[in-house]
Structures are given as structure tokens and as C-alpha cells.
Write a protein that binds this ligand. Structure first.
Ligand code: C5P
Length: 254
């Protein structure tokens, strides 16, 4: 797909207005995916396939979703030694998805390896999938950085450092929380992609997410893509919830 970034006049940061709501297909099998997608009819979506679904259904699921005309973020969050990630990314490139990711905590050499693998595995004439890195999971807290990762810096500093490292490795952007977007665009570069999960409509349950925000706040802060799962997938009427999130995200008030 074309990741043409439109300038957001009011905030001066990149925004892809057409395809920038990524719907997380966090389902255990293809039957549930089909049941979920059917009411959306012919609408072309940008969906996220994560570990749960990919480990069960494999690359066939990707082919199926692509044949429906949807864009795909394959969210497998690779984290291993550089050569393994490089080879894995070369295999993933053959699936011709739009977006893939790694954990920035795997290090700069690993991220460079990811990019090399993607380039090597992309068929000539095809676009290399964009590659982004997870900084800190949106389920992470200040306390976890301190006591579990033994970090001597704040969560915010850790995220900012990892975003800089990701840029140095040549990747296209990061997964981060909405609250970190402005600072990352300021520190790294305005067109560095920020993909933000942890999105909730007002009144929704946050579940296991700690750093959450509404689509309107994500828009205000300049997120390039929002990733929305349970606020839509667990809604009584997912199509209606999708419309509601989309409207708020795009700033449509009527
Ligand atoms: O249901 P919810 O909207 O919380 O889903 C968020 C999705 O984004 C999940 O699929 C989760 O794995 C993913 N994600 C995340 N935080 C990250 C990276 C990915 O929540 N840092």
C-alpha cells in the first residue's frame, strides 16, 4: 500500500487519513475472524494480525485476508539475535503485508538485521513492508521499568531513547502510547511513524492497558495510526463501534 503521509495542517505532523485506523483481529481462529468481518461487507479495512491468530492459522490466513482486499499489519514483535530476525523477516516479506514489527529492546543490530531481511525477501517491483519497533508495551508501567527491567530511567525516557535507536537503525517508526507521540515527533522527526495502541472510547474498560487514550486525543497528539482492538471487537455492535471510533479519530463532529 501507499503510505503517503498527508500533512496535518494544524499540528504539522504526518497523518495518513485514509487507512490509519488499524483494527486488531485478536481472535483465536479463522472462523471467528470471518464471523467478525462479515458484517463489514465490502469495506476495505486495515487489520492487525497478531500472534494468537497467526500461530493458529499461519500464512494462509494472511493470504485470505489479503484476498478480501484489506491492508495488514502483521504484529509478531520479533525479538531474537540479529541473524535469526534477519532470516525471519526475509520469510515474512514474502507474505507481502504492509507493516511488520520488532521489539526495540532487541537492539540496534537486530533492528538493522530486520530491515536487511525485509529488503532481501521483498520481491522485485514490490514495496518493502514498513517496519516499526515496539518501544515499551502500552501495558508497561513506570513500576515495571524500575523493578522488572531494572531501568534507571523513567518510562518516558526509556521510550524516547528506544525511539531514537529505532530511527538510527533505519526503521520507519515505532509503536508507542499516545502520550509519547508529540515528544517522539519532536525528538526524532515529524514524519517518523507513530502507531498507537491502548485506544479506548470514553467509558470503555481499559482491561490490561495502562497508558490509554481516546481516538480524539490520539488525533490531537498527532498519532499516525491508531490500533483498536477490544473497543470494537468486544462491542455489542462492532460495525457501529468502528464507525464511532473512525469519526472521533478523523475529527468528524456531525
Ligand atoms: O484490545 P486492545 O485495543 O487493547 O488491543 C490492542 C492491540 O494492540 C493488541 O492486539 C495488542 O497486542 C497490541 N499492542 C499493544 N501495545 C503495544 C503493541 C501492540 O497493545 N505496545
Amino acid at each position: 500500500m501507499d503510505f503517503h503521509i498527508l500533512k496535518n495542517a494544524s499540528e504539522g505532523v504526518g497523518r495518513n487519513v485514509e487507512d490509519s485506523l488499524i483494527l486488531a483481529l485478536d481472535f483465536p481462529n479463522k472462523e471467528e475472524v470471518h464471523t467478525f468481518l462479515t458484517p463489514f461487507g465490502d469495506e476495505k479495512l486495515f487489520v492487525k494480525v497478531g500472534m494468537e491468530l497467526f500461530y493458529k492459522e499461519g500464512p494462509k490466513m494472511i493470504e485470505e485476508i489479503k484476498s478480501m482486499g484489506h491492508h495488514i499489519f502483521l504484529d509478531l514483535k520479533l525479538h531474537d539475535i540479529p541473524v535469526t530476525v534477519k532470516r525471519a523477516m526475509s520469510s515474512l516479506a514474502s507474505l507481502e503485508v504492509d507493516l511488520v514489527n520488532v521489539h526495540a529492546l532487541g537492539g540496534k543490530a537486530m533492528m538493522e538485521g530486520a530491515l536487511e531481511g525485509l529488503e532481501a525477501g521483498t520481491r522485485s517491483g514490490k514495496a518493502r513492508p514498513k517496519c516499526i519497533a515496539v518501544t515499551q508495551l502500552t501495558s508497561s508501567t513506570e513500576e515495571m521499568v524500575r523493578t522488572e527491567q531494572l531501568g534507571s530511567v523513567s518510562l518516558q525516557q526509556s521510550v524516547e531513547h528506544l525511539a531514537g535507536l529505532t530511527n538510527e537503525a533505519g526503521l520507519d517508526g515505532v509503536v508507542c502510547s499516545v502520550h509519547e507521540v508529540e515528544r517522539i515527533h519532536e525528538l526524532v522527526r515529524p514524519d517518523f511513524l507513530t502507531v498507537t495502541p491502548g485506544i479506548r472510547l470514553l467509558g470503555d474498560n481499559a482491561h490490561d492497558q495502562h497508558r490509554v487514550a481516546t481516538p480524539a486525543i490520539a488525533r490531537e497528539k498527532g498519532s499516525n495510526f491508531i490500533v483498536v482492538g477490544r473497543s470494537i471487537t468486544r462491542a455489542e455492535n462492532p460495525v457501529e463501534a468502528y464507525g464511532k471510533v473512525q469519526k472521533e479519530w478523523r475529527g468528524i463532529t456531525s
